[in-house]
Design a protein around this ligand. Structure first.
Ligand SMILES: [Zn+2]
Ligand SMILES: [Zn+2]
Length: 253
């Protein structure tokens, strides 16, 4: 499927977390696919082994500054895919660090919670049980509250792969995202939301973004799963990066 239907790919990883490409290689690949924008969104400061560090982020900032001059044909955003790290919905991004970000994505990743007490019991163990097909209604309720608290307390632009490893009530989650202007990602990488849950998000009035979440260079701009759903449900006008222009981010409002 063609990849140049999207204006930009706003969720890509590089060698600064556990992606394979350098920032420059990601940018070059995006240009090859005729993208007008790319966001570099490596894993958050609190992710052991795979996350960015305050020191590495300084290097990233320098590189992006130079690449913006070298490749004026594409807009390069430097952001983060922050981690939801506890049941209070806190993310691993300080207010100070937030100021440095062009775009703020947030999602749940098991590796960012399995070494933290008490997130180990409130988020990590339930996530492992989820992989075995076990999830209670009470856990879904608690997970939903975690997402809501995150969105309500921080200006998160995009929730990545919503519900992946952390099932939620999509009606309630969708309503909150719609009210506050947080975009919901339709994830090709993790194939969430499912059709059934996408319908709930559509009915809740959510606006969407479709990104690759590329960890490999050849994945940049690849949004096949998401695009298939967008076409099936005819929601092109609800997907912010399918348009031929840029869109407003909640963190910048
Ligand atoms: Zn992720
Ligand atoms: Zn990611």
């Amino acid at each position: 499927m063609s990849t140049n239907l999207i204006y930009g790919d706003y969720h890509t990883h590089t060698v600064f977390s556990h992606g394979k490409g350098t920032i420059e290689q990601n940018v070059q690949e995006a240009i090859k696919h005729n993208l007008k924008a790319i966001a570099i969104t490596d894993h958050g400061f609190g992710q052991p082994f795979a996350g960015i560090t305050p020191k590495s982020f300084e290097v990233m900032k320098e590189q992006v500054k130079e690449l913006r001059v070298k490749y004026p044909e594409i807009k390069i955003l430097l952001g983060v895919e922050a981690n939801i790290i506890n049941k209070k919905g806190e993310i691993d991004l300080t207010d100070e660090q937030e100021k440095d970000m062009d775009i703020i994505l947030a999602g749940y990743h098991l590796s960012a919670t399995q070494r933290r007490l008490p997130a180990l019991f409130s988020l990590a163990v339930p996530a492992v049980l989820w992989t075995a097909g076990i999830c209670t209604k009470g856990q879904v309720r608690r997970n939903t509250q975690v997402y809501l608290k995150a969105i309500q307390s921080r200006k998160i632009d995009v929730i990545t792969h919503p519900g992946y490893m952390m099932p939620i009530d999509y009606d309630e989650f969708g309503k909150c995202c719609a009210d506050l202007g947080t975009l919901v990602e339709i994830s090709t990488r993790h194939e969430v939301p499912t059709e059934e849950n996408l319908e709930k998000l559509i009915n809740a009035g959510v606006n969407f973004i479709i990104n690759s979440d590329a960890h490999e260079l050849n994945e940049i701009g690849c949004v096949d799963y998401a695009l298939g759903l967008v076409e099936k449900y005819n929601i092109q006008d609800r997907v912010v990066n399918l348009n031929s222009c840029e869109f407003k981010l909640r963190s910048k409002s």
